[in-house]
Design a protein around this ligand. Structure first.
Ligand code: NDP
Length: 286
């Protein structure tokens, strides 16, 4: 008998469509760099097959998997346990499998917060956030749990902004307000952190959310969830006005790092992951 091991640890992702999701390249590059014998399988799982896919992952003793659209809410019915933030957010994008038990987490907001903490502690800070979709919801809840003083959420559909504000007020110690967004949004005086959590700017280096750029203030942290291009027009305009830009690529990388920590208890090299994504996106800092 040989002492060699021909069995790799299995991890991966369930979503549809999935062919344009580069997470597999980012995580497998970091597995190789760390000498970890693990695979990340990018699976196209239709909504009707989610239950079978989850059972399959348990049967094949996967360490865990990510869930993206359209499974982030539906997967909850198939889990044994939810982490606190995932329960409040009501969505799961990362499942760890331990001894056959499925534990749901949400790394969207945690990935953002890990990037933010590199430049500022959000505790006691005043936040202004554009957008009220899934990413905004996860970020707002994590900011609330991290002790932000208050969060103003603005969105074209104001009801969605108020839903997120109420979620933050009811489940965290932070104050929060939902506001309608029409015309150019003005950033309130005293704002410490400005976040674009809309999809405006994705794949379009010239697109920018409608805001009054003259209300940005030197020294503010200005963050964008858009991973590609990493240096969005919004961030470029903010940088020109003396703000500190924070890109969505870091949020994506941190989500990968946090997911693998939950699955394998190992911390991957964020630099390798960042470079892999920058190469794929053909990203520059300009
Ligand atoms: P959703 O579809 O859930 O939400 C989209 C949001 O963008 C809504 O608030 C919507 O407003 C707003 N929006 C869209 N177009 C416009 C516009 N022209 N003007 C103003 N607001 C607009 O998407 P998600 O929240 O899931 O994702 C948002 C973005 O975040 C995506 O681009 C995604 O790539 C990115 N993302 C990045 C991650 C990362 O790790 N970097 C992780 C997750 C997401 P309304 O409700 O009024 O329609």
């Amino acid at each position: 008998m040989s002492n060699q091991n021909f069995r790799s640890i299995l991890t991966g992702s369930f979503s549809t469509p999935c062919a344009d999701n580069p997470t597999v390249a980012m995580i497998e590059a970091a597995y190789r760099h760390a000498g970890i014998d693990a695979r990340y399988i990018n699976c196209d799982v239709k909504a009707a097959h989610l239950a079978a896919a989850v059972k399959g992952a348990v049967a094949m003793e996967w360490a865990g998997f990510n869930c993206s659209l359209p499974h982030k809410v539906a997967v909850i019915d198939h889990l044994d346990e939810l982490a606190e933030a995932a329960r409040i957010i009501g969505a799961v994008n990362c499942v760890a499998i331990r001894d056959g038990r499925l534990v749901g987490n949400n790394t969207d907001g945690k990935g953002f917060l890990a990037s933010l903490r590199d430049v500022v502690d959000p505790a006691g800070k005043k936040v202004f956030m554009l957008g009220a979709g899934g990413a905004a919801r996860a970020i707002a809840v994590e900011l609330g749990l991290a002790g932000a003083a208050c969060i103003t959420v603005v969105n074209r559909d104001a009801a969605k902004a108020e839903t997120i504000a109420a979620l933050v007020r009811d489940n965290t110690g932070s104050d929060a307000t939902g506001c309608p967004w029409s015309g150019k949004a003005r950033i309130p005086d005293g704002t410490d952190i400005v976040i674009n959590a809309t999809s405006v700017g994705l794949g379009d280096a010239l697109a920018m959310p409608e805001i009054d750029l003259d209300t940005l203030v030197k020294g503010q942290i200005v963050a964008d969830v858009i991973p590609n291009p990493p240096m969005t027009r919004f961030l470029r305009e903010a940088r020109e006005r003396g703000c500190t830009p924070l890109d969505g690529l870091g949020m994506l990388v941190n989500q990968g790092v946090i997911g693998v920590e939950l699955w394998l208890g190992k911390t991957l090299d964020a630099g390798v992951m960042t470079q892999t994504l920058r190469d794929i996106f053909g990203a520059s800092d300009a």
